[in-house]
Ligand binder design. Structure first.
Ligand SMILES: Cc1cc2nc3c(=O)[nH]c(=O)nc-3n(C[C@H](O)[C@H](O)[C@H](O)COP(=O)(O)OP(=O)(O)OC[C@H]3O[C@@H](n4cnc5c(N)ncnc54)[C@H](O)[C@@H]3O)c2cc1C
Length: 390
C-alpha cells in the first residue's frame, strides 16, 4: 500500500483527498496492470491501448481535469493534475501518458485559446479527441527558439511546411498544437502556435519512433498544410511565450509522474524486503538494506514537497512558477531514477527480469529526465531565476 500521509499536508483541500481516493479506486478497477507486479505493463497494440485509455479516462470524467470547461474562465487545478498523474503513474505508465498528453496537448488552447478554439476542449476533456503538442524538431530540442518549420501567410490563412519530431501521440492524435516560424523577428520572437487537425491535407506521419518504455511517438511532416488564420493561438510571434507558459504549468506534473514511479518502486521494495528470506532472517533485517529504504523514502518525501509546493503556488494565483516547477522536475525525476535503481538492486536477479514491475519502472522513468526540458536545462532555468533575484 503506497504511503498516503502526504495527503494531510497543508497543500491540499478536502476535495483533493477525495479525488486521490477516487482515482486510486479507478486504477484498481480499470488498469489490468495495477499491482499485478509481473506482467510488465504489456499493452499489446500500443495505439489501441492509448485510444482505449483516453476513451475510458474521458468517459469516467478524469480528463475533465486536463482542461477547463470551454465556457469557463476557471484556471486548471495543478494539484489535481499532479495527484492524478502521480496515482496513474504508480499503477501504469501508459495510463499516465494518456492522461498527461490530453493536458499538455490541449494546454496552449486551454491557456491562450479564444472561444472558438476552446471548442476543442469539450472533445479532449471527453476523451473524444486525442491531443498532441508539436514543438521539437530534429535541430531544435533543448534549443527551442531554433525551430525551422515555417508558417507562411497566404491569403486568408497560413501554409505550414517542415517537420516535427518526438511528438507524443504523433500518428494517433486528432488535434496538434504546432509551433511554427512566422518570422516576425529572429529566434524566439518569430514563432507562432497553430491548431492543426490530424486529418489536414498535406499532414503525414513520416516515421514512428520506438523507445525503451511504451509511448506512441512520431516524426510528422507538413507539406503545404493550409490552416485558416483563425487557427493561430494568440497573436503572431507569441508562440514561444505560449509554449513556455504551457510547459511552466505542466512541468510540475512530469515531476508528479516521476514521484508515482518512485512510490511504486518503494512499495515493491518494502514487500520484497519483508518477504525475502536470507541469512536466517528477512532481507529487511539487513542494515544496509534499511539504509537504502531510508534514502528512498527521504527522496520521495522531498520530491513530493517540491511537487506540491509548485502546484500549490500555481493554484494560489502565482502567474508563473518557473523556479518552483523546474526544481520539482529536476529533483523528482533525478531522484526517482535513483529510487527505482535501488529497487532493482534490492530485487536481485528478479529486478532485471524483463516484465518485472521494477524492470518496467527502470525503463519508464528514464525519458522524464529528458523531455519537457532536460535536467541540465532545468538547472539553467533555476540558476537564471536566482541570478535575476528569485
Ligand atoms: C519520450 C519522449 C516524449 C516526447 N514528447 C514530446 C512531445 O510530445 N512534443 C515535443 O515537442 N517534444 C517531445 N519530446 C522531445 C523532448 O522534449 C526533447 O527530446 C528534449 O527537449 C531534448 O531535445 P533533444 O532530444 O533534441 O536533445 P538535445 O537538445 O540535443 O539535448 C541533448 C542533451 O544535451 C544536454 N543539454 C541540453 N541543453 C543543455 C544545456 N543548455 N547545457 C548543458 N547540457 C544540455 C541534455 O543532457 C540533453 O538531454 C519527447 C521526447 C521523448 C524522449
Amino acid at each position: 500500500m503506497a504511503d498516503k500521509n502526504f495527503l494531510s499536508w497543508p497543500f491540499f483541500d478536502e476535495r483533493h483527498r477525495a479525488l486521490a481516493a477516487g482515482i486510486e479506486s479507478w486504477c484498481l478497477s480499470n488498469l489490468s496492470t495495477a499491482h499485478a507486479g509481473a506482467d510488465g505493463g504489456a499493452h499489446g497494440d500500443l495505439d489501441a491501448a492509448c485510444r482505449g485509455l483516453v476513451r475510458r479516462l474521458g468517459r469516467d470524467g478524469w480528463l475533465a481535469h486536463t482542461a477547463p470547461d470551454p465556457g469557463s474562465t476557471a484556471p486548471l487545478d495543478v494539484r489535481t493534475l499532479c495527484l492524478v498523474r502521480e496515482t496513474l503513474a504508480r499503477h501504469d505508465a501508459v495510463a499516465d501518458f494518456a492522461f498527461a498528453m490530453q493536458g499538455l496537448g490541449a494546454g496552449p488552447i486551454s491557456l491562450f485559446g479564444d472561444a472558438e478554439q476552446r471548442r476543442w476542449l469539450a472533445r479532449t476533456r471527453g476523451g473524444e479527441a486525442i491531443a498532441a503538442f508539436a514543438l521539437t524538431e530534429q535541430q531544435s530540442g533543448s534549443d527551442v527558439a531554433n525551430i525551422a518549420l515555417t508558417a507562411r501567410r497566404d491569403g486568408s490563412g497560413y501554409v505550414l511546411d517542415g517537420e516535427k519530431t518526438w511528438v507524443s501521440n504523433g500518428g494517433i492524435a486528432d488535434v496538434y498544437v504546432v509551433f511554427a516560424r512566422t518570422g516576425e523577428a529572429a529566434g524566439a520572437k518569430g514563432i507562432s502556435a497553430f491548431i492543426v487537425p490530424g486529418d489536414a491535407a498535406g499532414f503525414s506521419v513520416a516515421e514512428r519512433l520506438d523507445v525503451i518504455s511504451p509511448h506512441p511517438l512520431a516524426r510528422i511532416a507538413f507539406d503545404r498544410v493550409r490552416v485558416p488564420a483563425s487557427a493561430m493561438i494568440g497573436a503572431p510571434g507569441e508562440g514561444f511565450k505560449i509554449a513556455m507558459a504551457t510547459l511552466d504549468v505542466f512541468r510540475a506534473t512530469v515531476a508528479a509522474a516521476a514521484l508515482g514511479f518512485a512510490r511504486r518502486a518503494l512499495e515493491e521494495t518494502l514487500k520484497r524486503a519483508r518477504g525475502r528470506r536470507m541469512f536466517d532472517g528477512a532481507l529487511a533485517d539487513l542494515q544496509l538494506v534499511q539504509g537504502a529504504i531510508a534514502e528512498m523514502a527521504l527522496d520521495i518525501d522531498a520530491a513530493a514537497l517540491l511537487v506540491y509546493r509548485a502546484a500549490w503556488t500555481k493554484d494560489s494565483g502565482a502567474s508563473r512558477v518557473t523556479r518552483e516547477a523546474a526544481m520539482a522536475k529536476l529533483f523528482a525525476t533525478e531522484r526517482a531514477q535513483q529510487v527505482v535503481d535501488k529497487a532493482v538492486q534490492l530485487h536481485g536477479g528478479d529486478g532485471v527480469r524483463r516484465g518485472h514491475i521494477v524492470e518496467r519502472l527502470y525503463r519508464d522513468i528514464r525519458a522524464l529526465r529528458i523531455y519537457e526540458g532536460a535536467s541540465e536545462v532545468q538547472k539553467i532555468i533555476i540558476a537564471r531565476q536566482m541570478l535575476a533575484g528569485g
